[in-house]
Design a protein. Sequence first.
Length: 251
Amino acid sequence: MSESKLAGQFFDAAIGLLQRVRDEEAGSIAAAGALVADAVAAGNRLFAFGAGHSSLPAQDVVYRAGGLALMNFLAVPGTAGVDVMPATLGSALERVGGLAGAVLDSSPATTGDVLVIISLSGRNALPVEMALKARELGMKVVGVTSVAYATETTSLHASGTFLKDHCDVVLDSKIAVGDAELGLDGIDAPFAPASTVVTSAVMQAVMATAAGELAARGIEPPLLRSGNVDGGHEWNARVLREYGDRIFFRH
């Protein structure tokens, strides 16, 4: 099989997943967008969290041109990417109990705020504990996960539960267990993960929905512009100044 054919198969797989999520998760995306809009309108704050590669879609909506300026990344040291050394440490930290609670307790997150938690499997201690603790604090929790893991794998949290069990809204990415879309004779392991493509699209769909919901209520969405267009920096400076008490990535 030619390499170009494999590339085409991956694109087809990703497009198919995006279409499924668009059609099957429309109601949940609308509900998540409404929660985000509610928080913005009420003067509350927005946070996104993800560990490992699940941090990528979370970071994609923070300080982003065309995105809501109020979305803050809730960082758990050592888990926010592959820059920690060794990279395997990040995976180990996802299984450490108590870490999420310590991070939330020392964060500005509080009652009425919205926390989007991204975890493909939703089975590790960190995202489950994060959702539990956030709800204890009175936050609204949106979980972005693959629900299939809850029936095909075992939870690694002491409660035996998954992220999806502790959310106000669950967005199912439809990613198959293992996160690999392709296989080929002569290659022992499946390959070509699509979770980042799909989850990033889900996050942007929620942000777009929230912006539209705010506009429908007569509220100007606090959006950022690209710094690479004329006037962009000036626009962003105004937005960051106006909403500075709810923006924590500048501190």
